[in-house]
Design a protein around this ligand. Sequence first.
Ligand SMILES: CC(C)(COP(=O)(O)OP(=O)(O)OC[C@H]1O[C@@H](n2cnc3c(N)ncnc32)[C@H](O)[C@@H]1OP(=O)(O)O)[C@@H](O)C(=O)NCCC(=O)NCCS
Length: 175
Amino acid sequence: MLRPASPFELRRATADDLDALLALEARSVQSCWPEGAYARELALDHSELWLAFEQQTPGGPPSSRPVGFVSFWVVGPEISLLNIAVDPASRRRGLGRRLLDLAEERGRDRGGCVVFLEVRAGNEAAVTMYRRRGYLQVGIRKGYYADNGEDALVLSRELVEQAREDLLAAGPDDG
Ligand SMILES: CC(C)(COP(=O)(O)OP(=O)(O)OC[C@H]1O[C@@H](n2cnc3c(N)ncnc32)[C@H](O)[C@@H]1OP(=O)(O)O)[C@@H](O)C(=O)NCCC(=O)NCCS
């Protein structure tokens, strides 16, 4: 069965994108990063920041305004997912999952083999997304979030296992 082409295009963020990124963050997350934090990420070799744009018509040019982003570090074997968000108007259309896939793929390409992330215990959308992707809870940080004292769940996924699943999904090799 043919799957419809994704209307989302992803690319690395640059300093020119910071204003649009901050506006997207303000629309999309419960608590924003401190001023200057994303600019600092752009200067770090081990950090990657990607933006998603939506095509306005099928196959047409992407919007100038980003509708999603993901930020992560790759240090040795560890990929740390720092932030991932999708504009409320663009949710439940596969973009969050696509950004997560991108972080995993890029991290693996850079030598990472395990992902770690923290998520608010009550963030049903994100927790469901991660669990469906195979993330397991490996810890809990009590009262971690300063704004409301909410706990953080520490989730993790081994990417070696993902590579095995991908091979199985691809089926037998005819060659
Ligand atoms: C979490 C977030 C990134 C998901 O983005 P999205 O584009 O809506 O996600 P997707 O469409 O790729 O959905 C992937 C899966 O996540 C789960 N999911 C997403 N939103 C959900 C919701 N509101 N309730 C329950 N499950 C949900 C579903 O399993 C979904 O798969 P399905 O649509 O096939 O059922 C988005 O809700 C968001 O930006 N939230 C605010 C920021 C945030 O909390 N980031 C996480 C920081 S750790």
